[in-house]
Design a protein around this ligand. Sequence first.
Ligand SMILES: [Mg+2]
Length: 241
Amino acid sequence: MQWLPQGWIPKAIAVDIDGTLTDSNKEIYLEAIEALRRLEAAGIPIILATGNVRAITYGLWRFIGATGPMVCENGGVVWHPDWDEPIVRADGSRARKAGQMLEDKLGIDSRGITTNAWRESEWCLFPDENLEDVAELISKSEFSDLSVVKTGFAIHLMEPHLSKGEGLSIALEKMNLDPSEILAIGDAPNDISMFKLVGHSVAVGGCFEELAAVSKVISPHPHGETFPPLVDAILGETNDK
Ligand SMILES: [Mg+2]
C-alpha cells in the first residue's frame, strides 16, 4: 500500500473527526487515537478540522494530547488555546434568525441540533428537515446570501465563504507552514476544500464518493481503522531519513 508520495513526510496532519476518527457506529476508534499520539510524539502536530463546535473539539483535542490549532464549524472558527482569542469568521446570529424565520413559515423546530448551544458562526437544523423546502424559502428571503448545506448530522445555515479549507489555511499561516507540507484525512464532502488545499490527502474507507473523487489515496480500511497503518507509513518514512 503506497500511502504517501515517495520520500514525503507531512509537517502536520489535518484530521476530520466524525466518520474519520470513528468506527462504523460513529464512536471513537481507540486505535486511531493511539496512532495520533504516536505522531505527536514524533513531532508531527495534529490539527483537528471538523464541522463540530469549539467546545466539543477542544475536549477531544485536550484528551488526545493534540498540539495543532483547531478548525471548527467547517472553518467558521479557528482556535488554539495559546491564542488570545478564537478567530470567529462569521456572525452566527443571522443564521440563527434565518432558523427562526423557517420556524415561523414552515413550522420546523428552529432550536435544531444539540450543539447549537455552543455554535458561534452558523446554525444547524435537524438533518431530517425537508432540504428542498428550507433551501427554497431561504433563497427567497432576506437571508438569501446564506448557504444551505446538508451533512450527515445537520442542515447547516452558513455564510458561503466558510469552508474547512479556508479555515485550515488560516491555521497554517499561524503555524508558518505551507499547505503543500500538510496531509489531510477525511470522509465527507465538507472535507473537499481542505483536500484541494493540501499537499496530500487520504480518504478513509466508507467515505462519500464526492470526496473519493478528489482524494490522492483512498484507504482500504474503514473509517478510523485507516490510522494505524497510515501512521506506520509516516513514521517509517521518518525513520528512514
Ligand atoms: Mg466527517
